[in-house]
Design a protein. Sequence first.
Lengths: 577, 253
Amino acid sequence: MRRFLASLQKNARNLLRNWTTLSVIFIGPFLLLMILVIAYSNDLHGVQVGYVEDALAPSSGGNSVIIGKSSVVSENSLFPSSWSVIKMGSLSDCYEKLKAEKVHLCVYHSDKGVEMFYDPAREEVGIILIADIRHNLALLEEQRIRSQTGEVLDDIRSANYFFEQSKNLGKKLQGDLSNADASLVTAQDQIVSARANISTQLVQLAQTRERLVYYNGSIQNPYLNNIALTRANLAGTRNQLVWLQNQAGQNAAVKVAIAQAIAQIDSADLTLLQADGDLRSAQTDLAAGIANIDSARESLVNADKALAKTSDEIVQARVTIQDRQEEVSDLLTHLDEEQAKFSKIGNRNVDDLVGFKQADIYSVDQPGQVSPRQGDIKYKVPTILAMLAMFVSIILSNILFQEEVHGKAYLRNRLMRFRGNTVLFIGSLLLTAVFITLLESLLFLVIAHLSFSFGAWSLMPVMFALFLMISVYCVFGLIIGYFISDKASSLLACVFFILINILLGGIFVPAEKIIFPMSTVSQILPISSTIEVLEENLFHGVVGSSVTGILWYLALILVVSLIVLVIVSVLRRPETM
Amino acid sequence: MVKVRVKQVQKFREAQNSPKDAIVHFENVSKKYGKSTVLNHINFSLHRGELVGLIGPSGSGKTTLFKLLLEFIQPDEGMILFKDSTFTHRSGFASQDYSFYPLLTVKENFEYFGTMAGLSRKMISSKLHELLSLVGLSRAVLTAAGRLSGGMKRRLDLALALLADPDFLIVDEPTTGLDVITKKQIWELIADINRKGTTILVSSHDLPEVQQYCSSILFIHNKEILSSSMLQEKINTLKTANLEQLFRSLVNA
């Protein structure tokens, strides 16, 4: 352990007393971050676009003019104000300028719409510009659709108002019909009541008539018959008296008495005659009464019939009213359904219906806030950090190795023949390189944190991932040193190895563009996994299970590379003199 | 009897007649790099307490000989017999340039190499003063080794080579590029170290100094080694005045 510590101390002293390594270690992170902060911005600068307007192009008709220059698009609305737009006479002129890198993009604008041409060699810039123009086009299209949809929505809302009015009228009509039906019901009830009264009246009249007929009959017989019989008897009696009187001749008294009796009989007869007259008058009155009753009965029957007819008519009217009510109800239901359909659309706003032609982009770190199109430069920090750590770890470990092996003191070290000399030699170099690179990475992180203020600051997994990646790449740097003994060639091999890592690590070319089998290599590369861990932790605050797997994977890679290093160190011991 | 460390057991028996007082004996040792033979069946012995000068033109195989001695490489033919199995562990080496960390101070170099050699801190401290005093660098203890002058660097290298009390010291061209005075100082120092009992094999192009300070000389020529006696024979045969003339005549021949 004393030897190991002494070796580490020696390595550290050698590194820290070397201005070159010192500057790499301490100025490097500052320099890189200065470049990030000062040199880059989120926007493109010096953009030059060739604009070809085909005024002579035949109109392609209304349907295809989705974004036609005649209707919506103008030159000013296509390009951001910061771009330089160079008008050109023809597309071929623009092509030439594009090939000569005088312009970044050619935009051909005809009635058919907008066509864009870019240089694949400058694809990244071209695609950003195209995205901007597409964005503007989409905004224009969105505005147009919004306007038209707004008009349609207004019409729908008018129709909806008409439906509402119709429904109100229908409901009023429904009320009127109900009232009419209620009135008819009342009338019908009254008719029923009237008819019942008529029926009662008819019965009563029939009874009265019967009584009158009876009374009329009773006047005749016995009263008139009795009067007639009585008067006939009285007349017989009188005649007898008159005879008697005549018989009585001179018998005055008798005559007087008979005269008196005849007078009395005459009086009685007169009374009877008067009674007969009265009875006969009564009989006439009764007959008239019966006739009146008959007449009244007839009138009542007629009235009953009229009422019955009216009742039938009322029933019919009610049926009609019910039919109308049903019809109005159906109409209202239909109106409701239609209104519901229209309301469903009419109640929505333009935003709901049109949506956005250009989808808004939201950063996962700032939900609700539209993120810049090209991304904040701070999001390059994990990539730069990983690249820096990879670069320094490979180069530093290789330089340390080469400096030792080709250094003045290597021979003396080789002469120190103790057990584990090789392990100590490799171990101390590895640990020194790892420690220094980790220190530099931490420094970079601190400066980056101060410069960019990361949202999340979970240092442990970040440093652990960096430690593992740095260790792996330091091992690689040593392995390269073992394989290529020449200093310059070894460094060149390291640079080449770094370039391979950069190319396959998804730094300049997205990993998604890498195809099998290189995609597998890309996944294996420690830098890819480390960038993933850094991005998750620095920006999103994701810790725990999602990075644990990656850390285990990095640890596995480290173990494998260490085994390779041990094998290589045994098989390829460097020359000493 | 010498303890033998060889890979070819068959030749072990043949080497039984090696000099009894030798600490290391090369017997028919050959070394090739690819098809090019660097050393061809060389035979020589090094004896305890000797100060042996190794001379030869550039590219004659001196460094290969050192590598063989330090067991950095193995012979293709023949064998190297060591008196002690820990011979190479008890060997020191002062290189043609220097073998220390220029960014560390003299003291830090001592501490580092002392620790690596398994010395205690106390022992390192003691050795630091003793050896720096021996090589005359006591005042430069806190100076960065890289800032020392050429002669001081050689002295420091010698001091570091002596740190683990080696029985055998290889010194590779210790005076290259040094002025005459410093050269003399270095040779005096080597001789002084030798006088203290350390066997030393020193390669050099300073033929007069080699002749002056070394008890015996080995001359590598045409992939072979000529010992002191053989050299004397050559001087006599070729009638050259001194070693330098002999060297010139042999090399030019």
